[in-house]
Write a protein of this length. Structure first.
Length: 433
C-alpha cells in the first residue's frame, strides 16, 4: 500500500516515479485567482510535504480538502505551501494560483520557500494572524513531519520549531490541526496539542490514500482494494453541494486515511512490527479543555471529504453518516464498511468495546484525549531513534523488560466509541449556530 511514512526522523511502497519540478518554482499558492496573500484575514494553511514516490497524491489530497474548505468558507483564505517535487503547472491545474509577489516581508522571501525548510516555513506561517486550520499531507514518522526529500536541510517539523505559531490561531473559529501521514499521533499530535492548546489529529499506524469510485464510495488507492466492476469517479458530487461538484482531474477526489491494521513499516521492530494500531486519525486535546476540543473536532469533520457535504446546520443523521465514514475504512468488499458502521453505532448505544481495524484488533490502541496507554520504545543511538527498532509497549514497561513481556492484548477497546461521542458533542454544540 502507498503508506505515507518517512525514512527521516522527524516508506513508501513502489509506485510510478514521482514527477519533479525544476526546483525554481516559488511554490506558495492561494486557492483562488488573485495570486495574493492577505496576512490579516482568516486563513486555512495546507502544507504539502515530502511526496517522494507518491507522485501528486499528497497534493491532490490537499486540494480535495481545499475545495471542501472553499465551499464551506468562501470568505476565508486558503494558502498552500508545496514541496518542490510538485511543479507550478501541477499546482495550477488544481485551481490554485501561484503567488508571485512576496507577502511575508524582508526576512522571508518567496525564493526562500522554493524548497520547504522548517525555519523559513515557520517564519512565514508566523506572519499569519488568524489561522483557522492547519493541515499537513505527506511523508512523516513517529517523530516529525517531513517537508522535503533529499537535498534539503532543516526539513522536519517537530514541536520545538513550531512553538512560535501558538498565538497565531483564530480562537473564534474553532481552530484545529490535522497531520495526514504515518504515525503523526505517536508523539507529534499530543505534543502540538499541548503546545498550541488546540485539537490536533494524527495517525497511530500507517496512513494511505483513498479515491472516490463510480459507486459513490471511497476505496484505498491500491491494487486489489476496490471491487473489480468499479471505475474512478470523474467528478466529486458526493463531498460537495449539488451543482458545485469539482472534477476529479483538479485533484478533488483523493483523501488520506490510516490503514486498518497495525503499522509494520521502516520504523517498526523488524520481527514484530509496531503491534498496536488504530483504524482512524486520533484527535488529541492535551490541555485543560474549555469546550474547544469537541467543537474543533466537529469543525474538522465538516471539511472531511466524504459521501455527503455537511456543516453546522446539518442533521445529526447526516453528521453520523460522515463520522462513520471517517472512523471506518472501506475494503474490497463494501459489506465490510457497512458492518463497521452498524457495529459502531450499536457499540455507542451500550458503550461496548469496539475496534474498527480489520486486522490486529487485539492490539487496538487505548487512548484518552491526552495520551495513549501504550508508549513507543525505540533503540536510540546518540539520542536518535533507529530504523527497525520501534515497538509499542505498555506504559509501565521497564527498559530492561523485553517488549514481548509488555504488550498485553486490549480486550476492551473504547477509544473509537469515545471519539465518536466527542464528535457528536461538538456537532450538537455547534448545530444551528
Amino acid at each position: 500500500m502507498l503508506a505515507v511514512c518517512s525514512l527521516g526522523v522527524g516508506c513508501a511502497a513502489n509506485t510510478d516515479e514521482a514527477e519533479t519540478g525544476d526546483g525554481e518554482d516559488n511554490l506558495v499558492a492561494t486557492f483562488d485567482q488573485t495570486s495574493k496573500i492577505d496576512l490579516t484575514v482568516r486563513s486555512h494553511i495546507l502544507l504539502v510535504g515530502d511526496s517522494d514516490e507518491l507522485n501528486t497524491l499528497p497534493l491532490y489530497a490537499a486540494m480535495t480538502k481545499a475545495h471542501r474548505i472553499a465551499q464551506l468558507y468562501p470568505r476565508d483564505q486558503i494558502v498552500l505551501f508545496v514541496t518542490s517535487v510538485d511543479s507550478a503547472a501541477q499546482v495550477t491545474k488544481t485551481g490554485a494560483s501561484v503567488v508571485t509577489q512576496n507577502p511575508f516581508g524582508g526576512s522571508v522571501s518567496l525564493t526562500d520557500l522554493s524548497k520547504l525548510t522548517s525555519t523559513k516555513l515557520v517564519a512565514a506561517l508566523s506572519r499569519f494572524s488568524k489561522i483557522g486550520s492547519l493541515h499537513f499531507f505527506g511523508h512523516s514518522s513517529p517523530f516529525g513531519a517531513l517537508l522535503e526529500g533529499s537535498g534539503a536541510t532543516d526539513r522536519t517539523l517537530v514541536p520545538q520549531n513550531l512553538a512560535a505559531l501558538s498565538g497565531h490561531f483564530d480562537r473564534s473559529a474553532n481552530p484545529y490541526v490535522t497531520l495526514n501521514g504515518c504515525n503523526g499521533g505517536a508523539t507529534l499530535a499530543p505534543a502540538l496539542s499541548a503546545q498550541w492548546k488546540l485539537p490536533v489529529s494524527g495517525a497511530l499506524t500507517g496512513s494511505s490514500f483513498q479515491v472516490l469510485m463510480s459507486d459513490g464510495r471511497w476505496y484505498p488507492n491500491d491494487p486489489g482494494f476496490t471491487p473489480p466492476n468499479l471505475t474512478p469517479a470523474t467528478k466529486n458530487d458526493k463531498s460537495f453541494a449539488a451543482g458545485l461538484a469539482p472534477a476529479c482531474s483538479t485533484g478533488a477526489c483523493v483523501r488520506m486515511k490510516p490503514q486498518d491494521a497495525p503499522y509494520a513499516g521502516v520504523w517498526a521492530d523488524k520481527t514484530t512490527g509496531f503491534q498496536y494500531g488504530l483504524g482512524h486519525y486520533k484527535f488529541f486535546c492535551n490541555y485543560p479543555d474549555d469546550g474547544s476540543c469537541a467543537k474543533g473536532m466537529a469543525t474538522s469533520l465538516y471539511t472531511f471529504p466524504s459521501t455527503k457535504p455537511i456543516d453546522a446546520t446539518s442533521s445529526e443523521a447526516d453528521f453520523k453518516d460522515v463520522v462513520a465514514d471517517f472512523l471506518c475504512n472501506a475494503n474490497k468488499d463494501p459489506a465490510w464498511f457497512d458492518h463497521c458502521k452498524s457495529s459502531l453505532f450499536t457499540a455507542a448505544t451500550t458503550n461496548a468495546p469496539l475496534s474498527t481495524m480489520r486486522y490486529g484488533t487485539d492490539y487496538t490502541h487505548e487512548c484518552s484525549f491526552s495520551s495513549c496507554q501504550q508508549k513507543l520504545r525505540c533503540k536510540n543511538i546518540d539520542g536518535a531513534p533507529q530504523y527497525g527498532s520501534c515497538v509499542w509497549v505498555s506504559a509501565t514497561c521497564r527498559d530492561d523488560q523485553p517488549a514481548a513481556a509488555c504488550r498485553p492484548k486490549n480486550t476492551s477497546p473504547h477509544t473509537t466509541v469515545n471519539e465518536l461521542a466527542k464528535y457528536l458533542e461538538g456537532h450538537r454544540a455547534l448545530h444551528g449556530r
